[in-house]
Design a protein around this ligand. Structure first.
Ligand code: CA2
Length: 142
């Protein structure tokens, strides 16, 4: 089982500001937890963060070309704006789970809509970084 975990813009700042919304873990902490979980299964993960929409599109295409089994995607604020990322998810056969650390439905109105969720197999939000683990477990039990 090969999984890719993608993180969008500003998630490299995790743990440095707004801990009341996003918690105090850094993205490196999240990566370490995901790698530890993968190690307990026969699984590998590629963990990426980019602030650039085109780079994220390339990583989605690349995951499909490499025969990756599942993608866990926190698209950051691109969630609410990006038709290009929606089209990229629609263009690949790999199942994608959208993950958000915060509960986007309980925040500002502009965060309530996801342009991407309809092309994903599911969305997890509001459960903190535990959402990454839940998404991994969904793929690992398939
Ligand atoms: O809750 C999430 O995981 C989000 O995807 C995080 C995005 C936000 O735009 C989405 O609406 C929901 C923000 C990424 C991280 O932004 C930071 C801001 C301050 C400090 C640390 C990270």
């Amino acid at each position: 089982m090969k999984l890719v975990i993608l993180n969008g813009p500003n998630l490299n700042r995790l743990g440095k500001r707004e801990p009341e919304i996003y918690g105090s873990e850094t993205l490196a902490d999240v990566q370490a937890k995901c790698e530890a979980l993968a190690a307990t299964f026969d699984a590998t993960i590629d963990f990426h963060q980019s602030n650039h929409e085109g780079v994220l599109i390339d990583l989605l295409h690349d995951a499909a070309d490499r025969g990756i089994d599942g993608i866990i995607f926190n698209p950051g604020a691109f969630t609410h704006t990006s038709i290009a990322l929606r089209d990229a998810i629609a263009s690949i056969d790999v199942p994608v789970i959208e993950v958000h650390i915060s509960n986007i439905h309980a925040r500002e109105a502009f965060r309530h809509e996801s342009k991407l969720a309809a092309e994903c197999i599911g969305q997890i939000c509001g459960l903190g970084t535990f959402g990454y683990e839940l998404a991994m477990r969904k793929f690992l039990q398939r």
